[in-house]
Design a binder for this molecule. Structure first.
Ligand code: KG4
Ligand code: ZN
Length: 337
């Protein structure tokens, strides 16, 4: 049998993306990051869905061309159907349904979080199952156990802000741009993480909470009047960024180490936008060396939202015979449990 050729489509937030995976190997990966949101300090849903409409056809065409394949070569069309912004999801999903229907090929609905779980299968060493996966992004922070047969168990998740959301909000407090994660990461490299001890919230089990940390940065800044705050930021912006980042990293790495000790599973993946963080990568590598587990972090391009991970998850679902009906609807609050 010919190896399956899967087109993956991702449009859950502000990235319009398409990728082709043939026989499980990535052949193309195209992401059009929308620039329309930059001046707003966050994603504007209405602008995002309009931009997806403009970009979806050229992005898919480019992914096919880059992969050197035609529509007729496709075995199936995989698409994110949730969670995400309703208007954004609808563009990718409606396009994928029409495309699959027109080609007479099956549709494969993919949970965006499944994409992040399997993003370690795009390139580089692949973890054997079962493995632990910490998904840390702008919308999600959850620790999962990934088993064979597309089974996953939720070990814990955030009860309030996602880790990436905390980065974005604290960046705003520090007068930095959006998205805040990469800016804080860069700034933190020149700061002193011991400048201030921001709180590390440790909950029962593996749940996380980052809103207290964010509020504590806010309260700290509010102790000063406007001139004092400006002076503080002038001198210590990098130190505050480093101290905040260290608190997030400590909480995440501590949970991972505990999960390894409790479950005995010695393969750990860290994925999602925040897995691009250099402090988190370094701390997780140090923990892996110390505790004797193997760490898998995707290359930077596959940490952020992308369609390669949707195509790879689509490939895994295809192999398991898991296709979806054309009646599939967008599910903005879709969970992965
Ligand atoms: O996975 P992703 O692209 O989208 C979601 O599914 O949410 O993650 C985006 C998030 C943003 O909050 C962004 O600030 C954060 O990932 N991020 C980072 C870094 N790069 C992106 N956070 C910390 N350090 C980074 N280097
Ligand atoms: Zn994501």
């Amino acid at each position: 049998m010919e190896p399956p050729v899967i087109l993956g489509i991702e449009s859950s937030c502000d990235d319009t993306a398409a990728a082709v995976v043939a026989g499980g190997a990535l052949r193309s990966n195209v992401v059009a990051s929308q620039r329309v949101h930059a001046g707003f300090g966050g994603v504007v849903p209405e602008l995002a869905s309009r931009a997806h409409q403009r970009l979806i056809v050229p992005v898919v065409e480019e992914a096919l061309a880059e992969a050197g394949c035609t529509r007729a070569d496709l075995t199936a069309v995989a698409v994110t159907y949730g969670p995400g912004l309703a208007g954004s999801l609808l563009v990718g999903l409606s396009f994928a349904k029409a495309f699959a229907f027109g080609l007479g090929r099956p549709l494969i609905g993919v949970n965006h979080l499944e994409g992040h779980l399997y993003s370690v299968f795009i390139e580089g060493p692949r973890p054997p199952r079962p493995y632990l996966c910490l998904v840390v992004s702008g919308g999600h922070t959850q620790l999962m156990l990934v088993e064979d047969g597309l089974r996953h168990t939720l070990l814990g998740k955030t009860r309030d802000d996602a880790a990436g959301e905390a980065f974005d909000k604290v960046a705003k407090l520090l007068g930095l741009g959006y998205p805040g994660g990469p800016v804080i990461d860069r700034l933190a490299q020149t700061g002193d993480p011991a400048f201030r001890a921001f709180p590390r919230t440790r909950l029962d089990g593996y749940d996380f909470s980052f809103s207290g940390l964010k509020t504590s940065v806010l309260y700290y800044l509010n102790r000063f009047d406007e001139a004092g705050r400006a002076a503080l930021l002038e001198r210590h912006r990098a130190d505050i960024a480093a101290a905040f980042q260290q608190a997030v990293v400590d909480v995440l790495v501590e949970a991972v180490r505990r999960a390894v000790a409790d479950t005995g599973v010695r393969h750990v993946a860290i994925t999602g936008g925040v897995s691009a963080n250099s402090g988190l990568r370094a701390a997780a590598e140090a923990a892996a060396a110390q505790d004797g587990f193997t760490l898998y972090v995707p290359p930077l391009a596959y940490c952020m939202d992308n369609a390669a991970m949707i195509a790879v998850a689509g490939h895994i679902k295809w192999e398991a015979g898991r296709t979806s009906p054309l009646t599939l609807t967008a599910e903005p609050a879709l969970a992965l449990s």
